[in-house]
Design a protein around this ligand. Structure first.
Ligand code: CA
Length: 270
């Protein structure tokens, strides 16, 4: 339930309003992590998201990625990645919360993309609306490529349209399916891996990425939303203690909020 709650708010998947409603139902099992979201400093944000989810459910609104796609197509400039990102930021701040990386942690991610190089081969796990794929792809050269995995068919369709609108579909391939099924089908090394899907899948999926020999010494693994609110102990213990990574934490905030969050940036040692 914690993972669903966290993924609902800041990760990628099918959760959204369904999981928000589950949170307040009898099926929810409160934990310290979940209760952390319900403390006074966070409560306004939680209430806003619950309200928006309920309104959308009652109105039968399109799913959030579809709303974001329509907003981009109505307000952004076609072929301009910066305009598309700014429009998604505007949508997330003033229309409906979007569980992407956001502009603040986006700067951390951009620095790692630059470190990986213009011709980097990037694996993203959790595409959602395509925000981070666009953010990363716009920094790559002609040879740079992103493979992005996404379980939700709704998100895949919206993200492909938004990435195409940004003019970056030549650099971004979005694959539809569960990460556990897609990761073993991938081949070759990736210079950067960006994890931003279901939080309790970070550790098993990273192990699967290693088992598929998708990392080389020096590959960077960037994990979003590993602040304490997301109960990231299992993932952090793995990358910090398994001996295969040099890992550091970057303090930041949950996308589009002032709520504390962290990104974990780990370099694979082999
Ligand atoms: Ca995120």
């Amino acid at each position: 339930m914690v993972a669903a709650w966290a993924a609902c708010l800041c990760g990628h998947g099918e959760a959204n309003s369904r999981t928000l409603l589950l949170l307040i139902s009898k099926k929810a099992t409160p934990t310290m992590s979940m209760l952390g979201f319900l403390k006074p400093p966070h409560l306004g944000w939680v209430v806003r998201n619950l309200r928006d989810a309920l309104v959308d459910k009652l109105k039968g609104s399109p799913r959030r990625p579809e709303q974001a796609r329509a907003y981009v197509e109505a307000n952004a400039t076609r072929g301009d990645p910066a305009s598309v990102l700014a429009t998604l930021d505007d949508f997330a701040r003033h229309q409906r919360f979007l569980m992407n990386v956001g502009p603040e942690k986006g700067q951390l991610l951009e620095a790692e993309v630059d470190r990986a190089g213009k011709n980097a081969r990037i694996l993203e796990v959790g595409c959602y609306c395509g925000y981070s794929a666009i953010l990363m792809a716009r920094r790559l050269g002609e040879q740079g490529r992103i493979t992005s995995l996404e379980k939700s068919g709704t998100s895949v369709a919206a993200a492909r349209a938004i990435v195409d609108f940004a003019g970056l579909s030549g650099a971004v391939e979005i694959r539809h399916g569960a990460s556990s099924e897609l990761i073993p089908t991938l081949e070759g090394n990736f210079d950067l891996v960006f994890l931003d899907h279901w939080k309790d899948l970070y550790e098993p999926d990273l192990r699967a990425i290693e088992a598929a020999h998708l990392l080389r010494p020096g590959s960077i693994v960037f994990a979003d939303n590993v602040g304490s609110l997301f109960d990231p102990k299992q993932y952090l213990a793995y990358v910090r203690e398994c001996g295969h990574y040099e890992s550091r934490s970057e303090e930041s905030h949950i996308e589009y909020t002032k709520l504390p969050d962290c990104a974990e940036i780990s370099v694979f040692l082999g």
